[in-house]
Design a protein around this ligand. Sequence first.
Ligand code: BGC
Length: 487
Amino acid sequence: MSRRDELVEGFTHPAVADAYIGEGITIRPGTKVFAIACAVALGGFLVGFDATVISGAVPFIREYFGLGGSSGSLKLGWAVSCLGWGAMAGNVAAGMLSDRLGRKRLLLLTSLLFLASALTAALSENFVVFVMARICGGLGVGAALLTAPVYIAEIAPARTRGSLVSLNQLMIVSGISLSFFSNYFLLSLGDDCWRWMLGIQAIPAAAYFLLLMLIPESPRWLLSQSREQDARAVLEMVHGAAAAERELTDIKSGLGQQVRRFALRELLTGRLRKVMIFGFGIAFFQQATGINAIFYYLPTIFAQTGGELSSAFGQSVFVGLVNVGMTIVAIWLIDRLGRKPLLCAGIAGMAVSLLTIGWAFQTAHTGIGADAPVSHSGLVLVAIAAFVASFAVSLGPVMWVMLSEIFPNEERAAAIAVVGFWNSLVSASVTLLFPKELATWGPAGTFFCYGSLAAAGLLFIVLLAPETKGKSLEQLAALLAPAKTSR
Ligand code: BGC
């Protein structure tokens, strides 16, 4: 069957198919798959939104629940980071439930968790209820973070899978950015504005639930449940009859090889040891350099430079937009420049920016070279934007791309789950400790610490990162984790 017939047989209008072929464009998601992927990627949006929306609430819940001062700082850290601890439980639960319940039902469950969490946190009168509500949202975050990309990868045709899965990444940073926007606009509602900031998420969560009702179950999951007729119907609906038959055969031949249980030990010893060390290392540096401390406490950090709270919220919006813009740049560059150059340039930029933030706070506090203390608020804003830009073009997206590439087919899912859990653990610890570090070391000491970790991260990448650009997954497996040959 010709490429044109394939496209038409699938889901593309004949005139559009002619245009693609005429222009030699071979990678183009079909409309139905694209719409389904967009609907599911709204889960990524909710993950980003739910995680960072707290940044706007921090100044208000600190007052409302009495979490101020050095004594309250760990409690404040707990209020902010509890979502991360819930997300770790969500990671683990997703691994078990997405096979048992199916992808679609698990995603529906996450939308209900997002909804319940938003409403309960918004209405909470005491600290325990607030924390429980945020943990409940965290369960949704952890489960959606792993299940949305799996669903998209399982329904997408092979040739567009990469870009459709990246859509989920883009939605995460869009969710982060929109949470800064909505916090900025809701700030005018006064002392109770934090309730609106957290509650407004009920709207996209409800929309997510309704959209998910319209999508089919993952054909790969249906086949794993021996529901071949249902799987065929879904594949025909999204890819067309001919392509569906081919996909069905491919999936069936792959299924037998997939199911294999691993002892954790197996991942840490033998041929996987080198890639696991790299995976753990890059996941550590992605979080230990403070991205989520910055995102979750952004207006608080800006307020430390002595500015108005409202301008601190405005600056957060700007930083959110930088994050989205540079993520798009990364998606564009990653297959052109390669992973390692992006990582090296980006982490070097992160180190310089973090050390600059530390310097700005240090000199502002001591007032070096001036009679009155200097406020370097402009410099802090520029350096934070530069840090986020450097992260968004490197460690942010590149870590996830490399984790999906460096492990061999058989072990990929298990290895990513373990490294992803570790990444969430480091993130939750960093966001838990951040207020305590601010109270103990001050902002300068805290950012010098993150800057030094970024410098160490650069060294780690230069010494240990492989280049994965342009190689097939099978070539990478042979190169990075060669099977032991028996003599
Ligand atoms: C990280 C998240 C972070 C986000 C920021 C992701 O790659 O894993 O922890 O919040 O980037 O854009």
